[in-house]
Design a protein around this ligand. Structure first.
Ligand SMILES: [Cu+2]
Length: 162
């Protein structure tokens, strides 16, 4: 009897989460862009968040629309517009855009063992879409691609959740 009760509670909880995710409070369009051709990404290009680089020089990037959304269930609809590169999107909470992320120079990647990620969409092929819904509290969040070299090539964007 006790087992049946806890199983029932688990099922109700699972269905509540699914229903909530189906009804997103906000939808954010995310576009992955790269005009890199055949990039040399063996060394970090220095276009990461908080580095105050000239982002106009970036040939890779993430565009988000709108750039802010209300808190609650936020659905990210991601499209990879790259001609031949696979990209990914990771989402982390940040304090602000001046924050420097933990970075592994050797692997040319953000160190995701030191930076907590809330969700991710991996291996999005060119011209493919993927989506992810997260329950977000007010604050600032970073979207970034952590394929080696891509973050430092400019593949990041910040969204404010109000
Ligand atoms: Cu990428």
């Amino acid at each position: 009897m006790k087992l049946r009760n806890s199983l029932g509670a688990g099922l109700i909880l699972a269905s509540t989460i699914l229903t909530a995710q189906a009804h997103a409070d906000a939808v954010v369009k995310v576009t992955l862009i790269d005009k890199m051709g055949t990039p040399d990404l063996s060394k970090p290009l220095g276009l990461g968040m908080g580095m105050h680089a000239d982002m106009k020089a970036a040939k890779m990037g993430i565009k988000i629309n709108p750039q802010s959304a209300n808190h609650g269930y936020v659905k990210f609809d991601v499209t990879n517009l790259a001609s031949n590169l696979v990209h990914e999107v990771l989402i982390s909470r940040i304090t602000d855009e001046n924050q420097l992320l933990p970075f592994d120079q050797g692997r040319n990647k953000v160190d995701t063992e030191s930076l907590q990620t809330l969700g991710s969409l991996s291996e999005i092929d060119p011209n493919k879409t993927a989506s992810l819904t997260l329950d977000l509290k007010p604050g600032k969040y970073l979207l970034f691609c952590n394929v080696a070299g891509h973050y430092m090539a400019g593949m990041w964007a910040v969204i404010e959740i109000k």
